[in-house]
Design a protein around this ligand. Structure first.
Ligand code: ADP
Length: 244
């Protein structure tokens, strides 16, 4: 089966600062993320995970190398174009949910579409909100919801926009184990049911086991990949990396 590329990184480097104090956060990272796949990015603290995510999502520019989203070379885009691309073609889910506290669930989910001047497809929004289990909570504000429910709103908000890639940065980091599993199941469902492409940074081997593959970063390089990961395999890999 051939999968279509959602994102491609070619020899991406990122250097912070100059001279002797320069930090080489990425040292030539190449990766292809196929459409409708779920990729976990793991590695020790400081290995370059956030920098990888920021460069892949067009939040930060590589020092050298290329990032292509659906064939679009991000390096050729102006800041304004990149901002537009992030709003229209990329979705973000964070550990801290990032909902607007004064808005209802329904309003939060519709906000990105409105911000880009589009019209909310109400039928689609209802379908997604039903799928994430929030059909009965549309008029609630974030403070009236549990952490897991708030993360469901954030995921629904992203899915409603049908982004080419959803980037999730430790999406279960603030949740208890049981709630985390529900959220991970939901992300898996988004890939399998809606063909959503997801790239997730995580330090949790159980979270990574929901992905189709794990990419391991160490010292700014991809040092290995694991297809169809199990939590035990991932845990073993991480302890091996930690011992290097
Ligand atoms: P991770 O997410 O795996 O913890 P990061 O991508 O945050 O790793 O960081 C990789 C390296 O780059 C680290 O050494 C970090 O200190 C450095 N770094 C990250 N962001 C900056 C920045 N804005 N300025 C300087 N150094 C940075």
């Amino acid at each position: 089966m051939t999968t279509t590329e959602a994102i491609r990184l070619d020899a991406v480097t990122k250097v912070y600062g100059r001279g002797p104090g320069a930090v080489h956060a990425l040292r030539g990272v190449s990766a292809v993320i196929g459409q409708a796949t779920f990729t976990a990015v793991m590695g020790p603290s400081g290995s370059g995970k956030s920098t990888f995510l920021h460069c892949a999502a067009g939040l930060d520019r590589p020092t050298s190398g290329a990032v292509r989203l659906g064939g679009t070379d991000l390096a050729k885009m102006s800041e304004n174009e990149l901002t537009k691309l992030r709003r229209q073609r990329i979705g973000f889910v964070f550990q801290s949910f990032n909902l607007v506290s004064s808005l209802t669930v329904w309003q939060n989910v519709g906000l990105p579409v409105r911000l880009t001047g589009g019209r909310l497809d109400a039928g689609w929004a209802r379908e997604v909100l039903g799928r994430v289990g929030l059909a009965e909570r549309l008029g609630h504000q974030p403070a009236q919801l549990s952490g897991g429910q708030q993360q469901r709103v954030a995921i629904a908000r992203t899915l409603v926009c049908r982004p080419e890639v959803m980037f999730a940065d430790e999406p279960t980091g603030a949740l208890d184990t049981e709630t985390a599993r529900e959220i991970l199941t939901l992300l898996r469902t988004a890939v399998d049911t809606y063909q959503q492409t997801i790239v997730m940074v995580t330090h949790d081997p159980v979270a990574a086991s929901y992905a189709d593959r794990v990419v391991f970063l160490a010292d700014g390089r991809i040092v290995d990949e694991l297809p169809s990961p199990t939590a035990d395999q991932v845990g073993a890999w991480l302890s091996k990396l930690g011992r290097r």
